[in-house]
Design a protein around this ligand. Structure first.
Ligand code: URA
Length: 236
């Protein structure tokens, strides 16, 4: 990798700014001052210092966001605020993107990364990564609904759904509180599966993806980096 690219990726400044630092002799590679911005370095092996401090290069970034309602799961949008607008300028990078989508009115766990390979694996229906949701439903969800979810016989626009789990935490005359575990991610899937049972989702929150749960202490609209354990668990 070129030295100027490394320095920019390490957060030292824009490509133009880091070229200046190199020219001024403020960067050393393996203890030797380096004045060539095109110098090829190995980020894994070479030691790059700026003013005596070792610089670290990170290729991939992984964040866990508590998405609030009202923002869209996109990197850009002409009308609505996006999940990327919740990032501070210090953490924002133009290559970050959300792993899959939550509806604009859905809250909860959304992973944000620049690792396309991991995102693809987490979203692939073949990998069956569990997504768990909490939902409030208008109407009483029943044992028959649980059987329908489990059967894999609910069709959405003529397409069969994979067997899913429905746990009924509360159900009174009008409202139910349920948890739903899906192994795939079709468009509006939870809302449409509940609708197929003749009821309506009034509130939806994703509480888990694979082995990573939405942390209770993470406020709506906030994000943090994944821990090493969480990342390991996701990479499985
Ligand atoms: N299912 C839905 O209906 N909406 C979401 O945002 C996620 C899953």
């Amino acid at each position: 990798m070129r030295l100027d690219k490394f320095l920019a990726e390490a957060g030292l400044g824009s490509r133009k700014e880091v070229k200046q630092l190199i020219k001024k002799g403020q960067i050393s590679v393996n203890q030797q001052i380096e004045r060539t911005d095109k110098k090829q370095i190995d980020p894994e092996k070479d030691i790059v210092d700026y003013q005596g401090e070792k610089l670290h290069y990170q290729e991939f970034y992984y964040y866990l966001l508590h998405k609030p309602a009202g923002v869209v799961s996109a990197t850009e949008d002409t009308r609505d605020r996006t999940v990327m607008d919740l990032f501070s300028p210090a953490d924002y990078r133009s290559d970050l993107f959300p792993v899959g989508r939550l509806d604009k009115d859905t809250e909860g766990l959304l992973l944000i990364t620049n690792d396309g390979k991991l995102a693809h694996e987490l979203l692939s229906p073949r990998k069956h990564v569990e997504k768990e949701y909490f939902a409030e439903v208008l109407g009483v969800m029943t044992a028959e609904d649980q059987d329908r979810f489990r059967s894999g016989e609910i069709t959405l626009d003529g397409e069969l759904t994979l067997p899913a789990e429905l746990f009924i935490d509360e159900a009174d005359k009008e409202m139910s509180k349920v948890r739903i575990i899906l192994h795939e991610g079709k468009f509006h899937q939870v809302k449409r599966m509940v609708k197929a049972c003749g009821k309506e989702v009034t509130y939806l929150k994703r509480i888990r993806m694979g082995k990573v749960a939405l942390p209770e202490e993470l406020a709506k609209g906030k994000y943090r980096s994944l821990t090493e354990d969480e990342l390991r668990a996701l990479k499985g």
